[in-house]
Design a protein around this ligand. Structure first.
Ligand code: PD2
Ligand code: ZN
Length: 286
């Protein structure tokens, strides 16, 4: 066993070394002080090396972390059962602090879900026809889900939905992207990913010119698949069941895995799945 491993490094010793290092004392000076207070030289050296390396690594980690953004947040102080969202009462089903995940019921009525599916489906159907003319098979099994975007406020039902999300999360409508509608067939899934734009990717600065980073997502279920199709958060072993009209909100204050906002769409096992995704930016998405 090494000297450091055999020598338990107490929080007090760690704090003392950190304090001395902050005060600008060299490792040599620290070593002499430790020896003078009865430490064996080998043990003192190994403890110093361990603690100083930890301090340098923690500092580097902190430096590498992108700075935190403001995030949308529902008014959940006092643990209300319901929240008023523009023109409708929405129920709060569950809330998790870290990662920030909140599930709402009744963000859309059944009729509104059906209307959005029908408006989106018409456009998806058209894009399928285009595929057919190019000779591609009509249903491409390798494509996990079909998707389309509405522009903000494109239909009355979109505008109403967007106003609700803005009111519920205290975030300007102007900071939202247009709604995305996804359609999953049986077997389709959305592998775990982050919704923020990776600062390391070369294309990210261009994407950020319009609205800045994404800071939150609202996935609303437009139908109830028979089995499967939940939204998963693998870092915390959480799975949200897809129930028609329910929505899962999650936020991420910086574009970094430390937000634990990794999430995916589990495979649809039976039936199909329709969702509307709303991404919220830190600034105006014009
Ligand atoms: O459909 C979902 O459950 C899901 C899962 C993960 C949707 C998204 N991400 C998304 O649209 O970003
Ligand atoms: Zn996602």
């Amino acid at each position: 066993m090494s000297a450091a491993a055999s020598h338990h490094i107490t929080p007090a010793v760690r704090e003392w070394i950190a304090e001395q290092a902050r005060a600008g004392h060299s490792p040599q000076v620290l070593l002499e002080s430790m020896k003078a207070s009865g430490w064996e030289e080998d043990a003192a050296i190994e403890v110093l090396e361990t603690v100083l390396r930890d301090i340098v690594e923690a500092h580097a980690r902190q430096q590498a972390l992108p700075s935190a953004n403001r995030v949308p947040e529902p008014a959940l102080n006092g643990a209300p059962a319901t929240l008023w969202a523009h023109d409708r009462e929405v129920r709060v089903v569950m809330a998790l602090r870290d990662p920030r995940v909140v599930v709402f019921a009744g963000l859309l009525s059944d009729d509104e879900c059906d209307e959005i599916v029908s408006l989106a489906g018409a456009r998806l159907a058209r894009s399928h026809t285009v595929d057919t003319t190019t000779g591609a098979s009509e249903v491409n099994e390798a494509r996990t889900s079909d998707g389309m975007f509405f522009t903000r406020g494109e239909h009355a039902v979109c505008a109403r939905f967007e106003a609700r999300i803005a009111a519920l999360l205290n975030w300007p409508v102007e900071n939202g992207e247009g709604l995305q509608v996804l359609h999953y067939r049986p077997g389709a899934e959305y592998k775990p990913h982050y919704d923020y734009f990776d600062p390391e990717q070369p294309g990210t600065p261009t994407v950020l010119k319009r609205g800045g980073q994404r800071v939150a997502t609202v996935v609303t279920y437009l139908n109830t698949p028979l089995r499967g199709g939940g939204t998963t958060f693998p870092d915390v072993g959480l799975e949200i069941r897809p129930l028609k009209g329910h929505a899962v909100f999650f936020s991420y204050d910086r574009p970094h895995p430390s937000t634990r906002s990794l999430h995916g769409g589990a495979p649809v096992l039976e039936g199909e799945k329709w969702v509307a995704t709303k991404w919220l930016r830190v600034g105006r998405f014009d």
